[in-house]
Write a protein that binds this ligand. Structure first.
Ligand code: EPZ
Length: 435
């Protein structure tokens, strides 16, 4: 398996370009199942989860063109030959369950593997399923799969018991082809939901309220093709901002959407970071020692759980004690133990991590447990003395496009060592978390 080798101590400088948002691209790709016409997506990030989703859609009969390298993909679901998401793919990427709503709405049936547990929490999909039931789907569980059937979905009202991002997306994609009006309440307000609604609207859907907690949908009989540009990845942008700060550097983060990063920027300003915000770029500089600031993760527009691990690494370098409360996932502190191995002083108290700074970090061999935990270790390594070797970076490759190249371009000493043992035939990608 590939590893990253990072020699710490180089302040980042110059500019880093942000890619398209993985978590917006994944539902957008699933949305192609709603129409027989082509859907063209640009600003697609070149990351593993996109390749996995493409492979998943191809198993269903979707024709695909384009490549991650060109950041464009065309998807055409002229005929859906296999309305199923197999366990082998779902187990490597939970977001595969996003095909459930669109498959059901388009074909009247879907068979999707249940995702099972995950490294950051239990992450059930019960709220997706209940929403689909409210739209008239009949569901049963069979050999680890959920089997959904409906003649034609019927609009209805549904209130999510708790805010779920992919749950909102899944049920929204079903509702756009349901008969009549659907009112979804307690919806996720994340920019990725808004981006999906924008694509669906271009395809002919009638949606109001995306970005607020109540979304109203007037179902239509069919949808057509569309072209759509995926929003910038706010989590990648936030990761680079914190990478600059942890190294005491100054960086221009370009091709991003600063309006999506309010929760993070506010906290970092409080900690002493200085920002220059423009329409699509953010200039950030440390401006001296950072101070510790408490955060609690929350649904958008609050502090994103997907930035919590990176923030924890940053707080090891801030002066004072920061309490970090994780309210979204019950087990998302795995990085803390690895950070402690590098010299951090982090105590876990249930859903709260108490970080005592400032600690001198020292390079070590560490291993990542999920995508954002990996990013947190990369940040710590950039600030550590000596060399850090990060194992299991397939997690990073799922969601960060060419991370080491981007960081190298800003002056970091990062290299990848390719796997030494060739993968044996039939050996599968390890089971992973996230997305
Ligand atoms: C999305 O996951 C993201 N993934 C995650 O990003 C992100 O961490 C998360 O939203 C929260 O922002 C994609 O968009 C592809 P949720 P999702 O449903 O939709 C509970 C990354 O690193 N819940 O909003 O799966 C759930 O267990 C990834 O890029 C239920 O109980 O998250 C969690 O505690 C990781 N029942 C909470 O809700 C359900 O049916 C929020 O999860 C659904 C969710």
């Amino acid at each position: 398996m590939d590893k990253l080798v990072i020699r710490g101590g180089q302040p980042l400088s110059g500019a880093i370009r942000v890619s398209g948002a993985k978590n917006a691209a994944l539902p957008a790709m699933a949305a192609c199942l709603l129409t027989a016409e082509p859907v063209q997506l640009s600003n697609i990030p070149d990351v593993r989860d996109i390749q996995t989703t493409r492979a998943l859609l191809e198993t269903m009969g979707v024709e695909t063109e384009g490549s991650g390298g060109r950041h464009q993909i065309q998807l055409r679901a002229q005929a859906i030959t296999h309305a199923q998401a197999d366990y082998e793919l779902v187990k490597t990427m939970r977001a595969s369950t996003l095909v459930l709503g669109p498959l059901l709405a388009r074909t009247g049936q879907a068979r999707v593997s249940l995702p099972g547990g995950c490294a950051i929490g239990a992450r059930p999909i019960d709220l997706h399923l209940r929403g689909l039931e409210r739209l008239g789907a009949e569901l049963r569980q069979e050999h680890g799969y959920v089997v959904a059937e409906a003649r034609r979905l019927q609009g209805n009202s549904y209130s999510f018991d708790r805010v779920t991002v992919t749950g909102t997306e899944d049920v929204l994609m079903a509702a756009v082809l349901a008969k009549g009006e659907t009112v979804l309440s307690n919806c996720a307000r994340e920019p990725e939901v808004v981006d999906l609604a924008a694509l669906l609207t271009r395809m002919g859907a009638r949606i109001e309220g995306a970005g607020t907690s109540t979304i109203q949908v007037q179902g239509v009989d069919q949808l057509g093709g569309a072209s759509h540009r995926i929003i910038a990845d706010r989590i990648e942008a936030g990761t680079f901002i914190m990478a600059a700060l942890i190294t005491g550097g100054a960086l221009e983060v370009t091709h991003c959407q600063p309006e999506h990063l309010g929760g993070l920027i506010e906290r970092l300003e409080e900690a002493g970071a200085r920002f220059r915000i423009e329409a699509s770029s953010i200039g950030v500089a440390a401006g001296g020692r950072l101070g510790a600031v408490d955060i609690a993760t929350a649904e958008y527009p609050g502090f994103a759980t997907d930035l919590q691990a990176q923030y924890m690494a940053l707080m090891t370098q801030a002066v004072g004690t920061a309490a970090i409360t994780e309210t979204i996932f019950e087990n998302r502190f795995m990085h803390a133990l690895e950070l402690n191995r590098m010299g951090a002083s982090i105590r876990i108290e249930g859903r709260r991590a108490v970080v005592r700074g400032r600690s001198a970090l020292a390079g070590a061999a560490v291993q990542a447990s999920d995508l954002r935990a990996s990013a947190s270790l990369v940040l710590a390594a950039l600030a550590a003395e000596g060399e850090t070797i990060i194992d299991r970076i397939y997690h990073l490759d799922r969601g960060y496009e060419k991370l080491e190249e981007k960081l190298r371009g800003a002056g970091a000493a990062v290299r990848r060592i390719a796997r030494l043992i060739p993968r044996t035939a039939g050996a599968s990608q390890p089971r992973t978390a996230g997305a």
